[in-house]
Design a protein around this ligand. Sequence first.
Ligand code: BG6
Length: 519
Amino acid sequence: MDELTGFDELMDCRSSESKKAVEPCTIVIFGASGDLTVRKLIPALYHLHLEGALPDPFRIVGFARREKTHKSWREELKKGMKKFSRTGLDKERWAEFEEKVFYCRGDLSDAGAYDTLGKQLQGFGDEKLRNNLLFYLAISPSLFGTVVKQLHHAKLLDREEREGQWQRVVVEKPFGTDLPSAEQLNHELITYAHEKQIYRIDHYLGKETVQNILMFRFSNAIFERLWNRESIDHIQITVSESLGVGSRGGYYEESGAMRDMVQNHLLQILSLIAMEPPVSLEAEAIRDEKVKLLKSIRPIEPEDIPNQVVRGQYFAGQVNNEQRPGYRQEERVEPNSNTETFLAMKLFIDTWRWSGVPFFLRTGKNMPLSASEVRVQFKQTPHVLFATQRDGGNDPNAITLRLQPHQGIYLRFNGKVPGTSTQIRPVRMNFSYDSEFGAYTPEAYERLLLEAIAGDATLFIRRDEVETAWRIVDPIRAGWKGQSLTNREFYSAGTWGPVAAEELLSDSGHHWRNPQPAR
Ligand code: BG6
C-alpha cells in the first residue's frame, strides 16, 4: 500500500474505516424532557444522521410524562439544538431528521403507557423498526428496574435472543451509590434483560483520546517495552475542572468527587493505562483485562486512608479572574457539608508488571483549568555524568497523554543546550490530534450511541467492572464516616487543591505536574 502523505488521505482513511450502524432500528428515549436528551442525545443523533452513520430507516421516540405533541417536542428539541449542537443547525437537514422523531406521553410506572408505546412502534412500517429497539434510560436509576419490568411485560424487551431482531438497554450513571446498591440495580436489570443487552455508559470511554490509550500502548513497540516497573517511576492521572458545582449541589452533596468521578471515569482511565494486552479487540477480551486490573488494585483499608487518600473542598476564590463562592455557599449545599470536591489518592497495583509503582490520581472542581491528562514518568538515569548540573541536570523522561482539551501526546526528554557547554535541559516532542487529523471533535455520545446501535459493547461497562470499582471506593468512603474535614483539606477555588495533596506525593519525593494551558 502506498504511504499516506497528506491530510486528505488521512481523512479518507478515517472515514472509510468508520463504523456505520446498518440495521434499521428505533431508539426510544425515556426521560425525553430531561436535560441529557436535549443537551447531548438529540445533538449526537442529529450529527450521526448528518454523517450518514445512522441506519436507514431509523426512528426516535421520546417517552416522558409531560403533555406534548410530536410537533411541540420537535420544536423544543430544535430550540435546544441551537444552543447545544456543535455545528449549529442546518434547516434542511434538521427538517429531514425531525420527521423521524416522535413523542409518546406516559408515566414510567403505568403499564398502559407501555401499551401505547407498543402501538406507536407497531405503526412504523418496517418490521425492523418495530423489533430492533434501543431503549435509552436517561432517567433516575431508581426507575431503571420499573422500566425494564414494564418493557418486558409489554413484550417490548425480550431476554431471549430471537433470530433477526434485538433489544438493548442503555443506562446512565450513577450506577449505584455503593456496592450493595449497584448489585441491587444489576439484579433488577438482569431479571428482565440479559447482561449482553445492557450497555452501561461511562462517557469518558466515548472520548477519542481515551480510546487511543489502548492503540498507543499496544501498537507501538518502543513504548510497549517500557510500560512496566523496570522503566516507569510513577504515573499521574489528573482530571481537573475549572467549573464549580454550580446548580448541581443537590446531586453533588450525595455523590462528592469519589462517586462522581473516581469510581467511574478515573478508574476507567487507570484500567486502560495499566491493563495487560487483551487476547483480541473483542469487547469481552478487553473488558476481561480491565476487570483483572481493577481487581489487582491493592485495597485501601480505613487505616491506610491518611497515607493514601486526600479529600478536599473549595472555599471562595477566583478562577480565571472570576469570583467563585465556596462549596458550602453553593445552592442546595449544607452550610457545614463535608462533601469532597477534590480527591487525590495513591494506588498500588499488585501485578508482576506494576509491583512497587505508585499511581497518583486526582480530580477536583474549581481548579485553575479544565484538563484531563495522564503523565507517565520514567526512572532517572544514573546521576554519574551530569551530577554537577542543576538538580543533577537530568530531568526524568515523561510521556503525557493529553486527553482533553488540545488532545495529543508529548514526550519530554533532555537535549543539549547549543554552545560549547555540556548543559542539558528538557525539551518536548509534541503530537497534536488537531494538527495531524484536523479538528475532528465528535461528542463522546455520538460514538457511544453508534456503538450501542451497532451492538458493540467494548466501550460500555460490564457488570463485574462496575461492582469491582465500588469495591475499591467503598472502604474509603466508610473510613471517612463521621470525620469532618480539617483545615489542611480546604483549598481556595482557582488552586490545584489542598496542601495535603502535595504532601501525598512529597512524602515519597514526588510532586504533581500540573496540566499547562495550551501554548
Ligand atoms: C460527569 C460528572 O460524569 O463528568 C460531572 O458528573 C463532570 O461532575 C463531568 O463535570 C466531566 O465530564 P467532561 O466530559 O466534561 O470531562
